[in-house]
Design a protein around this ligand. Structure first.
Ligand SMILES: Cc1cc2nc3c(=O)[nH]c(=O)nc-3n(C[C@H](O)[C@H](O)[C@H](O)COP(=O)(O)O)c2cc1C
Length: 380
């Protein structure tokens, strides 16, 4: 992995290796992409305070996220269709997270199933739940996550209808890809991707097989979501989900103080300040801007995590300074996976750890738990 020093370097390799429709699926926001862009840009408007003459010889990055020990306060975000970035993508990424010592969150819309990931890892991973209309199916999905030893349930609150992503429409995103001339020409330039996908049994949505269409072909993802996902989902439902799950519950997709309070009242053990990586409500505030007011209002009552726009260890550092106890990376891990498989995810994490460690040191701190708002400057 020569010359891979940043997540941007990784992204450039991913772009070459993955079929266009799946690369674009990752590197897109909804509508104008303004929230997707703001998630990253707003980190740049936060400055760090350089502190000197402090003993920084020994530094600690270990901490906890909802009671789980983590080597850095970063978890892998749930991402759908990960097995289309690279064959068996979810298994590879979960293995990388395990060896690195951080949690992996498996999406409901993964290609590899809960059971496949469990079979190939030994530490518990987290499971992300999308709530569909068929509650019996959702109940069984929760039971499957429990049976597989998942140690936290991440309930996504912000995708009961899907935000329009222009690239996916233009590319005719489907699983498996439709054999149009344009797609076939593009696939012919991705020989490694094709040969690995042809060899694996994991080519469709592993968790929902048998639920609809045999899970084998989703010609139009947004139409399928519209027909299956439950737009009536409410805070009352969170209570039955918690009761069925009976373990730590993290509610993902909170951007407002009022919703954070409702999540706590409904039994959330942690919340994720998130706008789905700018893929849902375009025009929403960036996650990093939404974070401080939520921390101020409920930071004492619930553990607050965040995601959106994290492309470096400095972004992790700034999120912690603003009060997050941990963050999640979506695209940053997918670029590593698409570029170099399991080793690529590990490398993305190494890059982030190095940047986080050096930033901590140059800010005159030696323990990640000591990072707080005194170490940053922001004019908003
Ligand atoms: C390709 C892709 C697929 C995603 N799929 C899911 C999903 O299945 N479930 C979910 O809760 N969030 C999903 N998300 C949102 C991520 O969990 C996370 O909120 C977002 O990626 C964070 O922003 P970042 O990519 O800038 O790190 C997805 C994001 C991406 C980029």
């Amino acid at each position: 992995m020569k010359n891979i020093n940043t997540i941007e370097d990784m992204k450039a390799v991913a772009r070459r290796r993955v079929p266009k429709m799946f690369y674009d699926y990752v590197d897109s926001g909804s509508w104008t992409g303004s929230t997707y862009k703001a998630n990253q840009d707003d980190f740049k408007s936060i400055s760090l305070r350089q502190r000197v003459m402090v003993d920084i010889a020994k530094r600690n990055l270990n901490t906890k996220m909802i009671g789980h020990s983590v080597t850095i306060p970063v978890a892998i975000a749930p991402t759908g269709l990960t097995g289309m970035q690279r064959a068996d993508g979810e298994i590879l990424a979960a293995k990388a997270a395990e060896s690195f010592g951080i949690p992996y969150t498996l999406s409901t819309m993964s290609i590899c199933s809960i059971e496949d990931v469990a079979k190939n890892t030994s530490s518990p991973f987290w499971f992300q739940l999308y709530v569909m209309k068929d509650r019996e199916f959702i109940g069984k999905l929760i039971d499957r996550a429990k049976a597989a030893g998942c140690s936290a349930l991440v309930l996504t609150a912000d995708l009961q209808i899907i935000g329009q992503r222009h690239n996916d429409i233009k590319n005719g995103l489907s699983i498996p890809p439709k054999p149009t001339l344009k797609t076939l020409i593009n696939l012919s330039t991705k020989i490694r991707w094709c040969s690995e996908i042809l060899r694996t049994k994991n080519k469709s949505f592993g968790n929902i097989k048998g639920h609809i269409n045999d899970g084998s072909s989703l010609n139009d993802l947004s139409k399928w979501v519209a027909s299956q996902f439950d737009p009536t989902l409410s805070w009352d439902d969170v209570k039955w989900i918690k009761e069925r799950w009976q373990g730590p519950l993290i509610v993902k997709g909170i951007m407002e103080v009022d919703d954070a309070r409702k999540a706590i009242d409904s039994g959330a053990d942690a919340i994720i300040v998130s706008n789905h990586g700018g893929r849902q409500l375009d025009g929403a505030l960036s996650s990093v801007r939404a974070l401080p007011s939520i921390v101020d209002a409920v930071g004492e009552k619930v553990e607050i995590h965040m995601d959106g726009g994290i492309m470096s260890g400095q972004d992790v550092f700034k999120s912690l300074a603003l009060g997050a106890k941990g963050v999640y990376i979506g695209r940053a891990h997918l670029y590593g996976l698409a570029a170099y498989g399991e080793k690529g995810v590990k490398k993305s994490l190494d890059i982030i750890r190095e940047e986080l460690d050096k930033t901590l040191a140059l800010c005159g701190l030696n323990d990640i738990k000591k990072v707080d708002k005194k170490i940053i400057i922001k004019d908003w």
